[in-house]
Design a protein around this ligand. Structure first.
Ligand code: FHN
Length: 588
C-alpha cells in the first residue's frame, strides 16, 4: 500500500518565499482563513445506509459499505436541495471572516456537483434539480468578494471503472489510470477552470496511486489554463504550492514554508445526521490563531445537508469566530508566524513587520515574562485598547545568556477566548534559538528543535516536526536547552499517532543528561490534553526523575536502545516508526 504522500512528507518540493504582489500565493497567505464545503450525494444517506448507522466520515459511505455503483447512482434521482442558497453561504463565509471558499466539485464518489459535459454523472444532468450550484457560488463569490476555489479528487473515484479504489465493482487488475485521467480528470479540470472565471486554487486530495509524471502533468495542465491558480500539496510528489498536514492535525511548533490546516467542525466532512460532536467556538478561534502562529492557513469545513442547508450549529460557530476576527483580525490576516520555533503554555504569537502579537489563551498573571526575544521593545498595549500602555523591562539571564522581557500587564482585561497584546519593536523580531525553560519551570524539547545524529543517521525530522525513519538504535536526538531554575524534574517522552492508526510504542528509550541516564520503555502513561487530541493523541511515557544542579545550558540526548518491529496492522498513510513529538521536563 503506498504511503507517505498524504502524510505530507513530500508535498512541497521547494519552500516558496514570501513575495511581491505578483506572487500567486500572496492573497492566500494574507487570507489565513477559508471555508471548506463538502457537499455531494453522500448528504442524502447522511451516514445511514439501509437503516444502519455507518461509522466513519460521511462522504466515505459508498466505500465503507462497498455500495455498488448501480445502487449508489440512484441517490442522484433524490437530490433536490430546495434550500440551497449560494448567497447565504458566501455571506456566512464573509461573516466568519473567511476570505476563500473551497467546494467539492467532485469527491471520491465520482459525482460532479456542477454542469459537466465530460460525465453525465453530474448534478445538472442526473438530478431532478437540474441546477449548477457552482455557477451560483461563483457569481456570489464575485459579488461578495470571496475567492472561489474547487476541491477535486484526482485519484480516488469510486464511480469511474478506472478510478482508484472501487474494487467491488471493477477488478483492480483491469484498471487503467491513464484512461481515467484522460476520460474524466482532464476534461473536468478544464471545465472547472474555464466555466467559472478565475479560480483561486484546486484542492487536490488523497494522492495514493498517482505517479510523479501524472501529478506533474496535472499541475502543468492547471497552470496552463489559469497560471495564477494554486495547486494544493495533496496533488502529491512534492508538487503543491503549499503543504497540508493530515486532516485535523495540529503540528507541534512552527512550520517552515506555507501550510494549510484543514479541519472539521464535528467529526465528519460530509453531512452526517447523527454527528453532533460540535467543537466549541472558543477552541476553533484558538486553533485559527495557532495555525497562523505556525505559518498555516485554517480551512474549516461545513457539510450542508441534502436540502442544501448548513447545519445551524456550524453556522453559529462560524459567526462567533467572525465576531472575534472583526475585533482582532489585524493580529491574524496578513501576519507572519511566531518568531519562535516552539510553542508556549500561555498562548501563541504572530507578527506583522515590527509588531509582535501575543495571543493569550487564558487569564495571565500580571507579571508576564517572555524569554528569548532579542529585539528591543518600544511599546506594549492591548490590541483592543491601544491607549492603555503597559510597562516593561528587558534584561539578560546571566547563567544562560537568554534575553528576558518582563511585562507588567496591570489592568489587562482578559476577554475569552483569546486576548491580544501588541508589542511594538524597534525592528522585526529576532529570537534565541533552541528550547528555553518556561517561568513555571517546565521545559519542552521539541523534536523539531533537536539536532539529529550521528552524521549518517537515517532518523529525520519530518516537515510536521515529528521524527520519521527511527529504525536504528545508533541514531539520536540532542538538545541544548536554557535552564534558568535548576531542580528535580519528571522526564517524559511524548509520542503521537493518527487515532485510527496504531501507536508505535513499547520501544526502550534512553535519556542522558546532567551525568545521569534514564532508561525506560515507552509505555502509554498519560495522554496530554490539547485541541486536536481526538485525532492525534499525544502520549506521555514517563522515563523517571532527573536532577539538574546548575542553571545554564543543559545538553540532553534521547536514544532508542531497543526498537520493536513495526506493528502488524499496517497504517495506511503514516510512518511505522515511532513519532516522537518532544521530551518534557516537568518540575517534580
Ligand atoms: O478522503 C478525504 C476525505 O473524505 C476528506 O475530503 C478530507 C479532507 O481533507 N480529505 C481526504 C482524507 O484526507
Amino acid at each position: 500500500m503506498p504511503r507517505g504522500d498524504l502524510s505530507t512528507l513530500r508535498q512541497v518540493r521547494r519552500l516558496p518565499h514570501a513575495g511581491s504582489a505578483r506572487d500567486p500565493l500572496r492573497w492566500w497567505r494574507d487570507a489565513r482563513f477559508g471555508l471548506f464545503i463538502h457537499w455531494g450525494l453522500y448528504a442524502i444517506p447522511a451516514g445511514v445506509w439501509r437503516g444502519e448507522r455507518v461509522p466513519g466520515i460521511g462522504e466515505w459511505l459508498m466505500f465503507s459499505k462497498k455500495i455498488p455503483v448501480a445502487d449508489y447512482e440512484r441517490l442522484a434521482a433524490r437530490f433536490h436541495p430546495r434550500h440551497f442558497d449560494a448567497a447565504a453561504i458566501v455571506r456566512l463565509a464573509k461573516d466568519a471572516g473567511q476570505r476563500y471558499l473551497v467546494i467539492t466539485a467532485k469527491h471520491h464518489e465520482g459525482f460532479a456537483m456542477y454542469r459537466s459535459a465530460a460525465s453525465p454523472y453530474n448534478v445538472v444532468a442526473a438530478t431532478p434539480w437540474h441546477h449548477d450550484p457552482l455557477a451560483d457560488l461563483a457569481r456570489e463569490c464575485r459579488r461578495q468578494g470571496v475567492k472561489l476555489c474547487f476541491y477535486y479528487s484526482q485519484d480516488l473515484d469510486w464511480h469511474h471503472p478506472d478510478g482508484a479504489w472501487n474494487t467491488w465493482d471493477y477488478a483492480a487488475a483491469r484498471k487503467n489510470s491513464g484512461r481515467y485521467l484522460r476520460d474524466k480528470v482532464y476534461p473536468q479540470l478544464r471545465e472547472l477552470l474555464t466555466q467559472y472565471g478565475p479560480v483561486g486554487l484546486i484542492w487536490f486530495d488523497t494522492p495514493i496511486t498517482i505517479s510523479l509524471a501524472q501529478a506533474a502533468a496535472i499541475r502543468r495542465f492547471v497552470k496552463k489554463i489559469q497560471p495564477r491558480c494554486l495547486v494544493s500539496g495533496r496533488i502529491g510528489h512534492g508538487l503543491g504550492d503549499y503543504g497540508i498536514p493530515r486532516d485535523n492535525q495540529m503540528p507541534p511548533g512552527r512550520l517552515r514554508g506555507d501550510w494549510e490546516i484543514c479541519a472539521t467542525l464535528n467529526h465528519t466532512w460530509g453531512f452526517k445526521r447523527h454527528d453532533h460532536a460540535w467543537k466549541p467556538a472558543a477552541q476553533l478561534i484558538r486553533t485559527l490563531v495557532e495555525a497562523a502562529s505556525k505559518n498555516s492557513n485554517y480551512l474549516l469545513n461545513i457539510g450542508p445537508d441534502a436540502d442544501g442547508r448548513v447545519p445551524a450549529a456550524s453556522a453559529a460557530r462560524l459567526r462567533v469566530i467572525g465576531r472575534w476576527l472583526r475585533a482582532n483580525g489585524e493580529s491574524v490576516y496578513g501576519t507572519a508566524p511566531s518568531p519562535f520555533a516552539h510553542d508556549f503554555p500561555w498562548g501563541r504569537m504572530t507578527t506583522k513587520g515590527r509588531v509582535l502579537y501575543l495571543h493569550f489563551f487564558q487569564k495571565t498573571p500580571r507579571r508576564f515574562e517572555l524569554r528569548g526575544l532579542q529585539t528591543r521593545v518600544t511599546g506594549a498595549a492591548p490590541l483592543l485598547a491601544p491607549r492603555q500602555k503597559f510597562t516593561f523591562a528587558q534584561s539578560e539571564d546571566a547563567a544562560t545568556g537568554t534575553p528576558v522581557l518582563q511585562l507588567d500587564l496591570a489592568g489587562l482585561r482578559f476577554r475569552a477566548p483569546v486576548t491580544v497584546v501588541a508589542l511594538q519593536l524597534a525592528a522585526a523580531p529576532a529570537v534565541t534559538a533552541g528550547p528555553i525553560q518556561e517561568p513555571d519551570g517546565a521545559l519542552t524539547l521539541l523534536a523539531s528543535e533537536a539536532r539529529v545524529g550521528p552524521a549518517r543517521a537515517k532518523l529525520r525530522i519530518s516537515p510536521l516536526g515529528l521524527t520519521t525513519g527511527w529504525k536504528r538504535p545508533a541514531d539520536w536526538l540532542e538538545w541544548r536547552a536554557a535552564v534558568f531554575t535548576p531542580g528535580r524534574f519528571t522526564v517524559e517522552v511524548v509520542t503521537t499517532h493518527q487515532h485510527l492508526e496504531p501507536w508505535s510504542g513499547g520501544h526502550t528509550a534512553r535519556i542522558e543528561a546532567a551525568g545521569q541516564t534514564l532508561r525506560h520503555k515507552l509505555t502509554r502513561d498519560a495522554e496530554i490534553p490539547y485541541t486536536q487530541a481526538a485525532y492525534f493523541p499525544r502520549i506521555a511515557s514517563r522515563m523517571g526523575r532527573l536532577r539538574v544542579d546548575r542553571a545554564g545550558k543543559l545538553t540532553l540526548r534521547l536514544r532508542l536502545d531497543r526498537i520493536l518491529p513495526p506493528p502488524k496492522e499496517r497504517p495506511l498513510w503514516d510512518d511505522l516508526t515511532p513519532l516522537v513529538v518532544a521530551v518534557r521536563l516537568l518540575p517534580a
